[in-house]
Design a protein around this ligand. Structure first.
Ligand code: PRP
Ligand code: MN
Ligand code: MG
Length: 179
């Protein structure tokens, strides 16, 4: 599996440090706001567990599973809800945790949905921001790294369901996905 990786972009240690930094900021910003921290499965699962452990104030966590890519490399444009939240977002301060913003379609859909459901506020925390590929106007509030337009996997990010368990974010070798 590691042989399929061309280079490591962000190591486990760098990700841990960035999660600490973002967690500190989130703790300050959300003191007394009792945020509902929403993990977007499956990609955000690893980063979510880092981030919530750095939030040093009351919060709730919940999980939502959406998919726009399936096994495709290019987004279909349609975001499908596979598992909805258990907790209501009404009048809640929602903090969405994502692994990556690419076109922004997934997050734009979720922000619109939570607004429609009368959340008090909706903010976004993402490990990676791939700005170059943005189609929607959605803006993350907390960003781990600005990532170049490369095929990245690991730390929750997959290619055909694999590589999520890599403890770092790396660039996939082109020969892995080009044949
Ligand atoms: C990936 C990624 C983000 C989304 C970003 O999820 O985890 O959720 O795509 O792309 P966008 O900004 O173009 O919408 P995916 O749909 O692959 O599901 P997964 O998290 O289960 O892998
Ligand atoms: Mn995802
Ligand atoms: Mg995926």
């Amino acid at each position: 599996m590691n042989d399929d990786i061309e280079k490591v972009l962000y190591s486990r240690e760098e990700i841990h440090q960035v999660a600490q930094k973002l967690g500190e900021k989130i703790t300050t910003d959300y003191a007394d706001k009792d945020p509902l921290v929403v993990c977007i499965l499956k990609g955000a699962s690893l980063f979510m567990s880092d981030i919530v452990r750095e939030i040093n104030t009351y919060c709730e966590i919940d999980f939502m599973s959406v998919s726009s890519y399936g096994d495709a490399q290019v987004s279909s444009g349609a975001v499908k809800i596979i598992k909805d939240l258990d907790v209501s977002v009404e009048n809640r301060n929602v903090l969405i945790v994502e692994d990556i913003i690419d076109t922004g379609r997934t997050l734009q859909t979720l922000v619109d949905l939570f607004d429609h459901r009368h959340a008090q506020s909706v903010k976004i925390c993402t490990l990676l921001d791939k700005k170059e590929r943005r189609v929607e106007g959605v803006q993350p509030d907390y960003i781990g790294f600005d990532v170049p337009n490369e095929f990245v996997v690991g730390y929750g990010l997959d290619y055909m369901g694999h590589y999520r368990n890599l403890p770092y974010v790396g660039v996939l070798k082109p020969e892995v996905y080009s044949n």
